[in-house]
Design a binder for this molecule. Structure first.
Ligand code: FRU
Length: 497
């Protein structure tokens, strides 16, 4: 089937219930489907939106095009949870059904105001000439999950940006509302974070761009977030086209963070001693991360595991992508850590303790014919070198290879080039992390059929990636020249989807 523009932007009513059901079944029956990650019910999932805590539950939405694995007419798909792990699907909630969002309800955020959840989002509108008009819109979700859109946009495109102006994050600081938006400056065509202020959500004042760096941030910033992590203001955003001399990255577009010292939004000022943005994730597929401070003051983040402008193997099955697990963010000694939330441990079943038996074995099966939805916590002692093969076939022809050294020149390299169906190879098949010299290496690995999240050294680094192993790639093998000193635990993880 050919995806013309017309087809991608057909009104939802042009698709039959049967077509949608078939797409849902096709996604549900896929070999690559997830057991415990948020997945699209059908079609394509992208950015997480509206991550919030309201009415005693966690709320989350994702960008959804339900009718195929392409970026078409987008809606917000709604989910709720009591523990940030088990999510109940509520369906498409914020749909492109008004003059101010006719070509998609694009990304945005949510904020509790009185007894309602206020959704602030970008209405994508195209005119007859296909010129884009971005509107920043509001909608109210009540406690019965009933949605009412505001009749008029909160504000439109300012003079100083191009039509690339979207993804509002609404914050309330000292009883004042601020919206951070991704933008492209009209004069310089560079990426900016635009800032607006309001006292009543009706009248909005343009505060210009947030000053947070002297570096050029590429040609467009998408999905900006300001979140307070252990008291430190931190920006998380996606600077498309960022020069690789500023921040080195391999993915088509980066998703980065900057830890600040102080922030004064009234002065559009964010001070930082960090020289350059740092990659939030060292893997292949994280983008559009959304973070917010929960009612407990803690910072929570969730990412799209997928990238724009890249084809993925399940496109053929008419569905694409997933969200990461929720990550709790902390800062220790000026460094960002990402942790699984506590309830993730409730998914564990059938734990098996693993430790070095015969140390001289060069090829140790940590698990033989295991499931492909597991957690593996492994500590590798200092002064070891070898390879941990996940999703490995017995003779190691195919595997997701984690090469490590915990010697003086310590590193971890993830190679997915021989891990199954290959894709996105133009952006490299390897990602490397430098590790502290001569220290034990802690890995907490979450595997879920076709997504893998590797938390390194208690979350100081995270490496997230999609992987498409074949059926017989169901072993976990530790390979080395002299045997490896390790211990750990493997758990099967429950199917909750
Ligand atoms: C990022 C993004 C956002 C936009 C949304 C549309 O992936 O391009 O900037 O709001 O996706 O789905």
């Amino acid at each position: 089937m050919k995806w013309t523009r017309t087809k991608r932007y057909l009104p939802y009513s042009a698709w039959t219930a049967e077509e949608l059901l078939n797409l849902q079944q096709q996604a549900a029956n896929s070999n690559y489907q997830f057991y415990y990650h948020i997945r699209p019910e059908s079609g394509l999932l992208n950015d997480p939106n509206g991550f919030s805590f309201f009415n005693n539950q966690w709320h989350l939405f994702y960008q959804s095009f339900p009718f195929g694995a392409v970026h078409g007419l987008k809606s917000w798909f709604h989910l709720v949870s009591n523990d940030l792990v088990h999510w109940d699907r509520k369906g498409l909630t914020l749909k492109p059904d008004s003059a101010f969002d006719s070509h998609g309800t694009y990304s945005g955020s949510a904020h509790v105001i009185d007894d309602k959840l206020f959704l602030m989002y970008t209405g994508n509108v195209r005119d007859k000439n296909w010129t884009r008009h971005p509107y920043q819109n509001g909608a109210w979700l009540d406690k019965n999950n009933h949605l009412t859109k505001m009749l008029h946009p909160l504000f439109g495109q300012p003079e100083h940006t191009t039509d690339h102006f979207r993804d509002p994050q609404l914050l309330n600081i000292n009883n004042t509302y601020y919206a951070l938006l991704g933008a492209q400056d009209k004069d310089t065509l560079t990426g900016k974070i635009a800032l607006f202020r309001s006292h009543d959500l009706k009248k909005w004042e343009d505060l210009g761009y947030l000053s947070f760096t002297n570096n050029n941030m590429g040609y467009m910033i998408e999905c900006p977030n300001l979140v307070f992590i252990d008291g430190k203001p931190t920006l998380i955003f996606c600077p498309q086209g960022l020069n690789k001399n500023i921040t080195s990255y391999d993915n088509i577009y980066p998703n980065v963070f900057v830890i600040g010292d102080t922030v004064d939004l009234d002065k559009s000022f964010f001070s930082t001693s960090q020289v350059a943005p740092v990659n939030l994730d060292e893997g292949f597929d994280v983008y559009a991360t959304q973070a917010f401070n929960g009612p407990d003051g803690k910072a929570y983040a969730i990412s799209w595991v997928g990238l724009p402008d890249i084809s993925y193997p399940t496109d053929k099955e008419n569905w694409a992508h997933c969200l990461s697990q929720v990550k709790q963010l902390t800062i220790k000694n000026g460094q960002l850590y990402q942790h699984p939330v506590p309830a993730m441990a409730n998914l564990r079943i059938n734990g098996r303790h693993l430790s070095a038996g015969n140390k001289s074995h060069r090829k140790v099966f940590l698990m033989k014919r295991s499931s492909k939805h597991f957690e593996l916590k492994l500590t590798i002692a200092a002064q070891q070198s070898g390879k941990l093969h996940l999703a490995a076939d017995e003779n190691l022809t195919h595997s997701l290879e984690l090469e490590f050294s915990t010697t003086e020149n310590a590193f971890l390299t993830v190679e997915r080039g021989r891990s199954g169906i290959s894709f996105a190879e133009n952006y490299g098949t390897k990602r490397s992390i430098t590790l502290p010299s001569s220290k034990a290496l802690d890995l907490d690995i979450f595997f879920d059929n076709s997504v893998c999240e590797i938390f390194v050294n208690n979350g100081l680094n995270v490496c997230t990636l999609r992987v498409f192993p074949k059926a017989d790639q169901n072993n976990i093998i530790l390979e080395s020249n002299r045997g490896i000193n390790y211990n750990g635990t493997w758990w099967n993880l429950k199917k909750i989807n």
